[in-house]
Design a binder for this molecule. Structure first.
Ligand code: NAP
Length: 242
């Protein structure tokens, strides 16, 4: 039997990352399932993947920590090179700029931007040698438009959109495709406490999205059918930003 291709998904213990892990496993990838600390949630996703006939390897490390990332990934990368990397790990620390703490600014930039750098630099170096790969960065409507209370998160996600475009330009000749997927409001832990009554009237489709409505697009971008798409930002937002 042919060996499965590897897909490394960061922040895959819950929410959008978990849906992406299930989707890519169903598409035949062996998933390297990264998470930071919620081992129980990661274990549940691993069981769902395996019950559905897929394969996955849980991989706990903090993407914002360059040393921890290298310690976890380098031994694996000596053996196998992922075909897919999905940079999804992240969180928001909302608050108005005038009151924002230094740590809320730095931690949000660290997980989204340093996290992208720490993981991608290691993986893309190996993809370049293999002359193939797909990198998908999960960004946000907040990185495309202004959102009060999210100066740190918008800056991080807009930065990641810039990095997506530049990396796509850099590695296209080696057949590595780099794209961003930009969700609007999606039902996960991250959005659990938001005031839906104020948000829903702003969304033309009148509802928030499900993680599987994001993971379906990621699955497509990792497939053969997406072989001529790179450097793009794809919104999955119910029309909230058109
Ligand atoms: P979520 O349900 O809160 O899940 C976040 C995931 O990221 C968890 O698996 C968590 O691991 C992991 N994580 C957080 N910090 C990490 C770190 N430093 N290192 C490794 N893993 C880390 O969030 P979500 O809503 O699915 O969001 C996923 C991505 O989509 C994020 O990048 C977010 O910015 C983006 N996004 C979300 C929405 C939305 O409406 N939900 C909209 C636009 C964009 P543990 O469980 O171990 O903590």
């Amino acid at each position: 039997m042919q060996k499965r291709q590897i897909a490394l998904v960061t922040g895959a213990s819950k929410g959008i990352g978990a849906a992406i892990a299930r989707e890519l496993a169903a598409d035949g990838f062996h998933v390297w399932l990264n998470y930071r600390s919620d081992r129980q949630a990661a274990q549940q996703v691993a069981e769902q993947v395996e019950t559905a006939g897929g394969e996955c390897t849980p991989l706990p490390f903090d993407v914002a920590d360059a040393q921890a990332t290298a310690t976890a990934l380098e031994p694996l990368l000596k053996e196998q090179v992922p075909f897919v990397l999905v940079n999804n790990a992240g969180f928001a620390r909302d608050g108005i700029m005038a009151m924002m703490s230094q740590s809320d600014w730095e931690n949000v930039l660290a997980v989204h931007l340093n996290g992208f750098f720490n993981v991608t630099r290691l993986v893309v170096a190996r993809m370049l040698k293999k002359r193939q790969g797909r990198i998908i960065n999960i960004v946000s409507t907040s990185g495309e438009s202004g959102v009060a209370g999210q100066v740190n998160y918008s800056a991080a996600k807009a930065g990641l959109i810039g990095a997506t475009r530049s990396l796509a330009a850099e590695v296209g000749r080696r057949n590595i495709l780099v794209n961003a997927v930009s969700p609007g409001f999606i039902a996960t832990d991250m959005t659990e406490e938001l005031p839906l009554e104020r948000i829903l009237p702003l969304i033309p489709l009148g509802r928030i999205g499900e993680p599987e409505e994001v993971s379906g697009l990621v699955g497509f971008l990792c497939s053969e059918r997406a072989s001529y798409i790179t450097g793009q930002v794809f919104a999955v937002n119910g029309g909230i930003h058109i």
